[in-house]
Ligand binder design. Sequence first.
Ligand code: MLT
Ligand code: ZN
Length: 459
Amino acid sequence: VDALLADLAGITGGEHLLTDQDMTGGYTTDWTRRYRGPARCVVRPASTEEVAGVIEACARHKAPVVPQGGNTGLVGGGVPYRARQDNPPVVLSARRLTRLDPVDTLSGQVTAGAGVTIAELRAHASRAGFEYGVDLASHQAATVGGTIATNAGGVLKMRYGGTRAQVLGVEAVLADGSVISHLGGIEADNTGYDLGQLMVGSEGTLGVVTAARLRLWPAEPPLLTLLAGVGGIEEAVTLQAAIRAAVPGIRAVEYFEAPGLALVRRHAGLPAPLPEDYPGYLLAEVAGSEGNAEDYAERLSVTPPLQKASVAMDAAGRAALWAYRERHTEAISAEGIPHKLDVAMPLSQLAQFRAELDEVIAKTGGRAIVFGHIGAGNVHVNVLGPAPQDDAVDNAVLRLAAAHGGSISAEHGIGHAKAALLHLSRTPAEIAAMRTVKTALDPDGILNPGVLLAPQESK
Ligand code: MLT
Ligand code: ZN
């Protein structure tokens, strides 16, 4: 008899402890299908107390734990991967932590459980006249807890900042089963270490987020969305600056290229977005009230490359334009298992990086689909072709980004995928400080081992 499983069943009830591989499959393979591994079990606690019980039991049995939200991560951070075969991890799914308090309209804040999806949170905020400042293509499945653990970015980052900027406080269970909770939402609160912010982007290595106090923004409905053809990324960078200068209230500026568009059109059966084809496309969304519409349209029409644009002012038209960008991920996945390399760099470096990228990809025999949140300097380099276990193209592209002063992870996090290359973006002193924090909070290393900080070679 597995004593740990008996303990866990005592905490959540046997129906929320999954051991049958038919039942655990959806929790042990990531969205890309590139990262997977066996789990000892999947446990689905429904309250902070149950999470604390689960972690305390796992700590007692020295069982590693992989915390998981909506399992939409792209760097293998939320599934078992290359774990010790004699001690496979427990997957802790936080999806049943669905507390969602009424919006506090006095402060413009809300408290949400880790298992609330981003779509549910955004709809909840919207009904109260507010907007949650993070949105991403996976919003139907991605959760509050998962997006906090990964500090998810998404399409509104240039407007509201990423997830980190929304988090006023966190409730989390630490590696010994203790609970830290700071959900009061007091903006003026200067009382020492911000433990909640320490959890943001920690990728489940320091604690399991169970709830958060989140900042909301006054609702700011999009007024117009435009899609413009461009000659390539250099022109896209120039054009986004011109658009930002021409009108206030830019919510998002996204970029994609002809090969990605072709995949999306084939996969989703969509018509061409513009009368002519272009090497690249820029999608921009602007907020404002109805009264601004004509003025903004006029200001944008004098922005030179916009003669090649399609503009939508109604919800259906805007959704139709967004589909060309947002359906990239699924269209690429339908072609095979991609290498998803999420990098960012100063806007001034993007054109040179893009030119050198083609040479790097050519050497690997793969084909690249490039798209992303260009307003934030963030491009997603997706490479199809090389085998999932072959890291050569990952290494080459991440090194190229670093050589241009960029980051090896713009918004997806480090996970298992990039742990060995963290040194490309962080100094030895920074990595040493991160290890010190990790060891202090999780001395037995049970929380998401191998994620973010690669296992150290024994000396
Ligand atoms: C996106 O921007 O669509 C997401 O980051 C997903 C992806 O990179 O595939
Ligand atoms: Zn993205």
